[in-house]
Design a protein around this ligand. Structure first.
Ligand code: FDA
Length: 318
């Protein structure tokens, strides 16, 4: 890991720094580059704004790895409240959740109960004019089995549920086949964000990129389509995006058969280009008061963001 990235990972983990900056004007300016707002109404306004520009969204309430039942309850309630507010709009929004924010960092039972409450809230919303999908984010390796089981349980309960699958894991080929065979509504393919051991995952960038395209090909296959799968390709890598488009065209898939997803605030010119080409784009819009770790990770992912930090610091002096 580069010195730059590890410095920002350290900052992201520091509770003392988070406590200090989450009320600070300079840091809030930085957060607004990547975060939709500190509560659901602001984030939903951001979704409306993006929708007017032809961009769909994926809302995520910030805060992972929550162990205390009170904090889990707060997360689940915030997500349910956001879903109810979304019910009054006709937006195309996915609701993205981390298993460890809804109970899995405490126990499987609490996690499943949290997932079912969220699914129930989605089911209660009026259907007209919107695609309602719960999208499960995928965390580190020990959570993969739990997350696959949760998706199956939520789908059984009648909630359209998608799942994020990491291309770098060796187990992914089997998981994708099982998900497609089980009629999964949507699969969001990502490269994988966690430092996994070589026995479990490809670790070289070239290997991960190759695996990503191999899995993308399967998700865009006639077999996957015939089982009703909707593939979502979540990446900021322009070369990967071009290669996925090439596979889709060779497989005669229409532009409405799949979509790309990126993080709000990351590679905005590339996002505009995708939309200008008439392709489907969804942006992941996080919201909530726990924005410090998320923002630090985004800045740490790209040293070019150093300029952004310096200019925010400079502006905060004015
Ligand atoms: P890659 O790392 O190949 O880089 C491609 C280019 O994008 C480079 O030029 C790079 O500099 C640029 N880039 C990447 N991040 C940038 C940034 N912050 N600022 C500026 N430029 C940047 N992972 C996971 O394990 N579980 C999950 O549930 C999810 N969920 C998820 C949802 C969505 C919508 C996205 C976009 C990503 C995820 N991820 C994830 C993260 C994913 O696994 C992966 O770590 C990152 O997307 C980085 O890989 P890419 O393919 O985007 O770019």
């Amino acid at each position: 890991m580069s010195l730059w990235k590890s410095a920002f990972d350290g900052l992201a983990r520091s509770k003392a720094v988070a406590g200090f900056v989450q009320g600070n004007r300079f840091a809030q300016g930085l957060a607004s580059r990547f975060v939709g707002g500190d509560a659901a109404p602001a984030a939903i306004r951001k979704c409306v704004e993006l929708s007017a520009r032809g961009v769909a969204t994926s809302l995520n309430y910030l805060g992972e790895y929550v162990e205390s039942p009170a904090a889990i309850e707060e997360n689940v309630s915030q997500i349910v409240t956001a879903i109810r507010s979304l019910g009054q709009t006709a937006l195309d929004v996915h609701v993205s959740i981390y298993p460890t924010q809804i109970g899995y960092a405490h126990s499987g039972e609490l996690g499943e109960a949290g997932g079912l409450r969220i699914a129930q809230a989605l089911a209660e919303q009026p259907a007209a004019g919107r695609r309602k999908l719960l999208m499960l984010d995928m965390e580190d390796f020990p959570l993969v089995r739990h997350t696959l089981d949760l998706r199956a349980r939520l789908a059984q309960s009648g909630c359209p549920t998608g799942i994020t699958i990491q291309a770098y894991l060796h187990r992914t080929e089997g998981d994708l086949r099982d998900l497609v065979a089980d009629g999964a509504a949507a699969i969001r393919l990502v490269k994988g964000a966690f430092a996994e051991r070589p026995e479990r995952a490809w670790t070289r960038r070239s290997d991960i990129n190759r695996e990503y395209l191999r899995h993308a090909s399967y998700l865009l296959s006639a077999d996957a389509k015939s089982r009703g799968l909707y593939p979502v390709f979540a990446t900021h890598d322009a070369a990967t995006i071009r290669a996925v488009i090439g596979v889709a065209e060779r497989n005669r898939r229409s532009r409405d058969d799949y979509e790309f997803e990126m993080l709000y605030g990351v590679r905005t010119p590339l996002q505009r280009q995708i939309v200008a080409e008439g392709r489907r784009l969804r942006l992941y819009v996080p919201f909530g008061t726990e924005w410090w770790p998320y923002t630090m990770h985004r800045i740490g992912e790209n040293p070019a963001n150093a300029r952004m930090v310096l200019s925010a610091l400079w502006n905060s002096r004015q």
